[in-house]
Design a protein around this ligand. Structure first.
Ligand code: DP6
Length: 344
């Protein structure tokens, strides 16, 4: 199986419509979080966010175009892995391609779905790339990012490999829609790894969509968090450019903890952290006391992702195994891309 036609930043897809297409995308983990929308329909965030795309837990989306499905608001999806992901952005693609026929989408996630490990990010990024190729659309990476965003906000960042910045965009309506996309971020010399500590791989009780809305509507800490997140982003960009892993980790950790604080202040509280999450956070503190630069970030789930130097990743993973049921070591991964025909 070989990769072809990477969705290179701002370069058009050159693959002709082949009737069906398979795309691969990877999850991304935000170091500056997206939490809260200013437009639920267009999926426009309240603030910019910044992420690293991983090289593990890929999602494959296979889309035989022209196959009639059962209808529905988006295109129907089959999930052979047994887990339904999310409604597809198929209608948007069909409108853009001026094609009426529906297609069957076949999505395979290798990430535990619903556990705050960004399966929707890789899922919608893969879907955007596969669907547009299947309908013969040639979109550049910015347009793919905007399209993926309409499925799930964080998917806008998985179009790109490495570090990516998702612009919140300006204003409201169509202008804002055009100006809210992710782009790759230049960084200095940085050997970053992310150790993923699974404490619970089951589905979360409150979806991030619902948790976000409740936080925006009821948390008195939400406005201050958005403000502080803007300042975090400025500092984070500078730290990445310097290749200063410790500063990157410190900023990422405080940004994530701030996000969880604003959720906890929602009414009723949105709490994703479990007792085992705190156990892992304690281990990270101890690692730091022992001189290992390791920093936590958490999303809409109890699992912890630990940023550290590549050279420290094995030690960090070994240490966290006492509190976590599984650990994975991820490094920077590639952007979403079409996959060569694999004979299906
Ligand atoms: C906590 O992108 O899953 O992972 O746009 O509603 O689909 P929707 O939300 P989603 O939210 C991700 C939230 C987060 C932080 C982040 O990835 O930036």
């Amino acid at each position: 199986m070989r990769l072809d036609h990477p969705a290179a930043p701002n370069s058009p897809h050159e693959r002709p419509a082949a009737g069906h297409a398979t795309a691969v995308a990877h999850p991304n983990i935000a170091l500056i979080k997206y939490w809260g929308k200013r437009d639920d329909h267009l999926i426009l965030p309240a603030s910019d966010s910044l992420s690293m795309t991983l090289d593990v837990f890929s999602t494959t989306s296979h889309r035989p175009a022209g196959t009639r499905g059962r209808g529905g608001p988006g295109d129907p999806q089959r999930h052979p892995g047994g887990r339904r992901a999310v409604p597809a952005g198929g209608r948007l693609v069909r409108e853009r391609a001026r094609r009426a026929e529906r297609a069957v989408v076949d999505t395979r996630n290798t990430v535990p779905t619903g556990a705050g490990l960004a399966s929707s990010a890789s899922g919608f990024a893969a879907l955007a790339v596969a669907a547009t190729a299947a309908y013969g659309l040639r979109l550049d990476a910015t347009e793919l990012s905007r399209l993926a965003r309409r499925g799930s906000g964080s998917a806008s960042r998985s179009i790109f490999g490495g570090f990516a910045l998702w612009h919140a965009g300006r204003g409201t309506g169509a202008d804002a829609d055009l100006s809210s996309y992710a782009e790759p971020l230049p960084v200095g010399d940085l050997d970053a790894a992310l150790v993923i500590a699974i404490v619970d791989a089951g589905p979360k009780a409150v979806s991030s969509r619902v948790g976000m809305r409740r936080t925006v509507e009821t948390s008195p800490l939400y406005g201050p968090w958005v403000e502080s997140s803007r300042a975090d982003l400025t500092e984070m960009r500078a730290a990445l450019l310097r290749g200063d892993l410790e500063a990157v980790g410190e900023i990422a950790e405080r940004n994530a903890l701030g996000m969880h604080a604003t959720m906890l202040a929602a009414r009723p509280a949105v709490r994703y952290m479990a007792p085992a999450t705190l156990t892992v956070l304690d281990s990270i503190l101890r690692l730091r006391q022992d001189g290992v630069a390791a920093y936590a970030t958490m999303d809409a789930g109890p699992n912890v992702k630990v940023l550290c130097a590549g050279a420290d990743a094995d030690r960090v993973a070994r240490t966290l195994r006492s509190g976590a049921s599984r650990t994975y070591i991820a490094r920077l991964g590639p952007g979403a891309c079409l996959r060569a025909e694999d004979g299906r």
